[in-house]
Design a binder for this molecule. Structure first.
Ligand code: GDP
Length: 440
């Protein structure tokens, strides 16, 4: 995510490394480079200039403590300003009302329908709500079908009226349906056009007027950079939306949209969406995003993702097994499954400070565990539960079973043994095991 911007900022900071203190003179080149980096990331010139003016002013105003180098101080100032540019603190979704009504708007292809599905999945799974999805696109029957497919994937009902050509009436009827079926949140996926047009704006505005949504989310493809910002402005002028959703952050996004939207429309980014799978939706935290842009990683999100997947009781059981040196291949396989559920592997690794940059050019696909899984799958249940019984003849059979050579099997078994020892040691260290659950 935003790799090029991260790199450019990092090299900007290098300019000031080694300086004893921050002066107007020695900060000039760094500030100029930061501004260029932002503009090249598709941040509008005015915003980039204002940003660097503030950074300069704040950096010059700071006392450089002996323990902190001017370079570190600059990183801190830039991080704080980036976070503030993106909204400062996170903005919660308003899911109040009975039912709560969320209107989803944006151009066709922005990722509206995919997001609607993800949001329903999020509200159902993480908030324990009972959502109803509404396919309120009267122009494209395929859009209704698409939402129905997503709905069935995540187990959420989808309301549609394929014969009705009145989008306002469909929305009203959907809310009645939600009440009668005890659904407490209604997500209305509206029609989008390829470009902003008056009829589309009128229709969404009419739906808004009729159902009075507590939340109007504007969905925008973050890969479209400045266009995204201009579209946001046009939608906001007509709809006065309550929040922005940035999609396709898994793509080759330079960062312009994420950095400029809040400034331009003064509405918070509420969610970021990064993939086509239904569980790739994240609440947007400006400070964490700023940290990621500056290559500081995002351990908080990583820990939260882990907590969502790992059941506490299961974790306790596992901990006991590790302590008794009974961690086996079945446990290992389950752990791999859970890690895979946390999301794209490269994204996850990128949340570890310093690792994102190092992995920039390394291709880590979601298939990274395939080799290991193939070996474990070739084991009998008895072997999985008793790693010690895997002698030479069993190793030969495993190699045949998964199409690897015996050297690979030996190496894997050796690594597993080392990992087991390491885990046992870590669990003996005070404060490592049984960490209390962090607050969400
Ligand atoms: P809509 O026309 O606004 O409803 O957009 P869709 O939800 O149909 O999405 C348009 C295309 O973008 C589809 O092919 C989606 O699978 C894809 N898409 C949506 N969200 C994301 C995302 O976050 N990342 C990626 N890579 N693709 C996405």
């Amino acid at each position: 995510m935003f790799e090029s911007l991260s790199e450019r900022l990092e090299s900007a900071f290098k300019q000031i490394k080694g300086e004893g203190r921050i002066t107007e003179l020695n900060i000039a080149a760094t500030v100029k480079d930061i501004r260029r980096a932002l503009i090249d990331a598709d941040v509008n010139f005015k915003i980039a200039k204002e940003f660097t003016d503030t950074v300069k002013e704040k950096a010059l105003g700071q006392k450089v403590l002996t323990a902190v180098s001017p370079g570190q101080l600059m990183v801190k100032v830039v991080k704080d300003e980036l976070a503030s540019l993106m909204g400062g603190v996170e903005s919660e979704l308003n899911a109040k009302g009975s039912p709560a009504i969320i209107l989803v708007a944006g151009l066709q292809g922005s990722g509206k329908t995919t997001f609607s599905g993800k949001l329903a999945n999020y509200l159902k799974g993480r908030k324990g709500l009972s959502p109803l999805l509404v396919a309120d696109d009267i122009y494209r029957p395929a859009a209704i079908e698409q939402l129905k497919v997503l709905g069935s994937q995540i187990g959420v009902d989808v309301y549609s009226e394929p014969e009705n050509k009145d989008a306002v009436e469909i929305a009203r009827n959907a809310i009645k349906e939600a009440r009668s079926k005890n659904k407490n949140v209604v997500i209305i996926d509206t029609a989008g056009r390829l470009a902003i047009d008056e009829a589309m704006m009128k229709e969404v505005a009419a739906i808004k007027g009729a159902v009075n949504p507590g939340e109007i989310l504007f969905v925008v493809d973050s890969m479209t950079g400045q266009d995204a910002v201009n579209t946001a402005k046009a939608f906001n002028d007509r709809l006065d939306f309550t929040g922005v959703v940035l999609t396709k952050l898994d793509g080759d996004t330079r960062g312009g949209a994420a950095l400029s939207i809040k400034y331009t429309v003064n509405k918070p980014i509420k969610f970021i969406s990064s993939g086509e799978k239904m569980d790739t939706l994240d609440v947007f935290y400006p400070d964490r995003m700023a940290q990621r842009i500056l290559g500081m990683g995002d351990i908080t999100t990583l820990v939260e993702k882990a907590q969502e997947q790992f059941d506490e009781a299961e974790a306790k059981k596992l901990e006991k097994k590790i302590r008794k040196n009974q961690f086996d291949f079945e446990d290992f396989k389950q752990q791999l499954e859970q890690i895979k559920k946390m999301g794209n592997l490269k994204d996850l690794m990128g949340m570890i400070p310093g690792v994102g940059k190092a992995m920039k050019d390394i291709d880590i696909s979601d298939d990274a565990f395939k080799g290991i899984e193939a070996i474990i799958n070739s084991m009998t249940p008895f072997e999985r539960n008793n790693p010690d019984v895997i002698d030479q003849s069993r190793r030969r059979r495993l190699a045949k079973g998964c199409g690897k050579d015996i050297g690979e099997i030996n190496a894997f078994l050796k690594q597993f043994e080392q990992m087991k020892q390491m885990m046992k040691m870590m669990h003996k260290m005070p404060g490592v095991a049984s960490r209390p659950k962090a607050r969400h």
